[in-house]
Design a protein around this ligand. Structure first.
Ligand code: HEC
Length: 93
């Protein structure tokens, strides 16, 4: 019984850490690439990390642009918590 409890606890911990590690910029980089060719959506290249940093100098700029993004693919990533965490990871203030 004790053994099962510790296995379940270990699994829960792994899941919690997995979710936590998918926060902030990690949530964005699947599309906004850090290396290699930019992802293309609807024939348009999606800004890479470097492009975003070049275009947006402050967290407020990044936030405004993210919320204004036209493509519905961005809709799941427009929450304040997501964008604030990403801006922080990118070093924007
Ligand atoms: C599933 C893919 C995907 C993910 C994940 C994603 N984005 Fe985007 N993002 C896009 C696409 C596609 C566009 C272009 C939308 C358009 O052209 O209107 C975009 C546009 C943007 C823009 C606007 C760029 C501009 O030129 O105005 C910002 C800012 C942005 N994303 C930030 C983020 C942030 C921050 C995250 C993470 C919290 C994130 N994105 C996650 C696909 C994604």
């Amino acid at each position: 019984m004790k053994r099962i409890v510790s296995i379940v606890l270990a699994l829960v911990m792994v899941m919690v850490f997995a979710t936590v590690s998918m926060a902030g910029w990690d949530k964005c980089k699947g599309c906004h690439k850090e290396t290699g060719e930019p992802m293309v959506v609807g024939g348009k290249p999606v800004l890479t990390k470097a492009d975003l940093l070049k275009k947006f100098k402050t967290a407020a700029d990044l936030k405004k642009a993210a919320k204004n993004a036209q493509n519905p693919i961005m809709n799941a990533f427009k929450g304040d918590a997501d964008i604030n965490a990403a801006a922080k990871d990118l070093g924007l203030k």
